[in-house]
Design a binder for this molecule. Structure first.
Ligand code: M6R
Length: 598
């Protein structure tokens, strides 16, 4: 239970355990926070055991309730399994198992693994052999951990594209998604490689590949203390979440398009393709960073679909008698899925007859529940109040939605869509490159720590990025920061520029030369008035370099997708500046992670 408590940051909508005692499984699971499971265990006295598995859940398939909580147990009661990740081909497997007579208790993708394991065990495999046979049938990303009631002193786990580490103890061994689960017992760790299976007993650790070949493993010592480990070695959840963005974006894109360049958005089922073809206007409503993601979406959606698209701050929407009717598609964006302003806006839109699509990171939250369809971002729990991976995955989901609308409405051929999805698929690697350069941005934060006013400029999709950069700085560094459309500057705001004032400018990539040239002119305008220009520009853009006091290079990506990269250094800058200034980055004053009042 102590281990589960430290894993709760990864998911906290339900929790459960399964232990093996006297050749039987004992299982307890409960919806809600871990405290609910603890209360359940206070009432129910499970037998003593030293062999078991546990899980805290961040729901992806199936609402967060007792039944969908892990572990999932096979129909014969012999095997229990917990799972992180998504089994992408679970519906085919479920149909196949159903035809063979399996009855499913939950709505999860995980339960197929329990049934498959039981089938393999009945076919005379041991647990390790059964796990190897099962993972061969699964597609997607997963960590699976299982116990077999008939296999005393054994836990078996498998890993593909999801973390799994082994804690090497003295007469005891552990597996977990993160060392912090067992850090109080051991700091000696073996990290499993891709496509490996491990069997632990109190005295042995056996690691093989999915192909059964013995795997070479290396042990290492973790030097975190327990409190740092909770943040995965980072000083702040926010910084950790910034660094999780390559994976979060990749997970959000995973399984959403096929090799033929077709978008496959299963969760759209509440809105038919016919509904989407009838739409004559799109209205995006959201708050804060999610609103800025919506501003980026407008550029992409209008460009790809030619359907007029409005973006509105949710708190303003319903109070101005907006023109919404059954041909309007309302898109709402919310990390938490519980923001009251956004919820009220979509209720209003639905009353006017609009269909609502939610882009949300929280399975089963109110906003997706009250929407006609949902596209979940798979960022995992976002704990830092300042949205980072939440924002980037919202961008990714908005691009997917824009492409899906273009596909359904016949505005793009599949090979055109495939070009864009291929580029999107490459962005996690480019985001990682931005993160690898974090030290340069940190140095800048130290140099500018004595400044109190910051300006952010951008055009086109760079404009919402400028607003987001300024918001991050206000939220956590408590500095005066303003974002402007670069072309608006000369219509007033340029009056506030003073010598030495830091001005961040986001320059569009080459290929949109007219746009880029105009931004270059804007850089010169502020520089002429003494501003210190910090320019985010495409790698190798020599012309821009000559106008910049400081340069932050961005890898090449097409204009519409550039916010996925240009946002990252601004997040790093805000996080570092707030740290230098001694603020609590994760829990900034006056703010809450989820704003549930209007
Ligand atoms: O959970 P939501 O995405 O609906 O939250 C919306 C805003 O409250 C949120 O983005 C807020 O602006 C963040 N703290 C920004 O970092």
């Amino acid at each position: 239970m102590a281990g589960l408590r430290r894993m709760e940051y990864r998911g906290y909508d339900s929790a459960g355990i399964a232990i093996v005692a006297a050749g039987r499984l004992a299982v307890a699971k409960k919806a809600g926070k871990l405290a609910n499971l603890e209360a359940e265990l206070d009432d129910r006295h499970l037998p003593t055991s030293h062999q078991g598995i546990g899980h805290t859940r961040w729901a992806t398939h199936g609402a967060p309730n007792d039944t969908n909580a892990h572990p999932h147990v096979s129909a014969d009661g012999r095997v229990a399994v917990v799972h992180n990740g998504i089994i992408e081909n679970y519906s085919q497997l479920r149909a196949e198992l159903g035809e063979a007579g399996a009855e499913f208790m939950s709505e999860t993708d995980t339960e197929v693994a329990a049934h498959l394991l039981a089938r393999e065990l009945a076919g005379n495999h041991d647990l390790l052999g059964a796990m190897r046979a099962v993972v061969g049938r699964l597609q997607g990303a997963f960590t699976l951990v299982a116990v077999d009631a008939e296999a005393t002193d054994q836990v078996v786990a498998a890993r593909r594209n999801s973390p799994l580490v082994v804690g090497v103890g003295d007469g005891e061994n552990f597996v977990a998604s993160d060392v912090l689960a067992f850090i109080e017992h051991t700091r000696e760790v073996v990290e499993l490689g891709q496509d490996q299976v491990v069997r632990i007993s109190p005295s042995e650790i056996t690691v093989v590949g999915f192909d059964g070949q013995p795997a070479e493993v290396q042990r290492y010592q973790v030097d975190w203390d327990t409190s740092a480990a909770e943040k995965g070695g980072f000083d702040w959840f926010m910084r950790k979440e910034i660094f999780e963005q390559p994976k979060a974006v990749a997970d959000t894109l995973l399984g959403r398009y096929n090799d033929h360049g077709e978008l496959v958005l299963d969760e759209m089922r509440g809105i038919s393709q016919e509904d989407l073809r009838r739409v004559n206007k799109i209205v995006i409503v959201a708050c804060g960073s999610a609103y800025y993601a919506g501003m980026v979406a407008k550029y992409a959606i209008e460009h790809w679909t030619r359907v007029p698209c409005e973006v509105e701050v949710a708190s303003e929407f319903r109070y101005r008698d907006p023109i919404v009717d059954p041909q309007t598609l309302c898109v709402t964006i919310s990390q938490s899925g519980e923001t009251a302003d956004t919820l009220m806006a979509i209720r209003h839109a639905r009353i006017q007859g609009a269909k609502v699509i939610a882009i949300c990171n929280t399975n089963g939250a109110t906003i997706p529940r009250e929407s006609d369809a949902v596209i979940y971002t798979h960022a995992g729990p976002e704990i830092g109040v300042a949205s980072t991976k939440g924002f980037l995955t919202q961008l990714a989901a908005c691009y997917l939605l824009g492409l899906y609308l273009a596909q359904v409405r016949g505005m793009k051929y599949s090979d055109e869509i495939r070009l864009i999805t291929t580029e999107l698929a490459g962005t996690p690697e480019l985001i990682q490159r931005m993160l690898d350069d974090a030290d340069r941005v940190y140095q800048l934060a130290h140099e500018l720590a004595d400044q109190n006013d910051f300006i952010f400029l951008g055009r086109h999709v760079g404009f919402p990025v400028a607003l987001e950069g300024a918001l991050k700085l206000k939220e956590i560094a408590y500095q005066h920061a303003e974002g402007f459309a670069a072309g608006e500057l000369k219509h007033g705001p340029i009056a506030i520029i003073e010598p030495g004032m830091p001005v961040f400018v986001i320059v569009p990539p080459a290929g949109r030369d007219q746009l880029r040239d105009k931004v270059i002119s804007n850089i010169q305008e502020v520089r002429a008035r003494g501003a210190r220009t910090i320019v985010l520009a495409e790698e190798g853009d020599a012309q821009v370099a000559s106008y910049a006091d400081e340069l932050i290079w961005l890898p090449h990506v097409s204009t519409l997708l550039q916010p996925l990269l240009s946002s990252v250094p601004l997040q790093l800058f805000a996080c570092e500046l707030a740290t230098v200034l001694g603020h609590d980055v994760d829990q900034p004053r006056n703010l809450a992670k989820s704003v549930t009042v209007e």
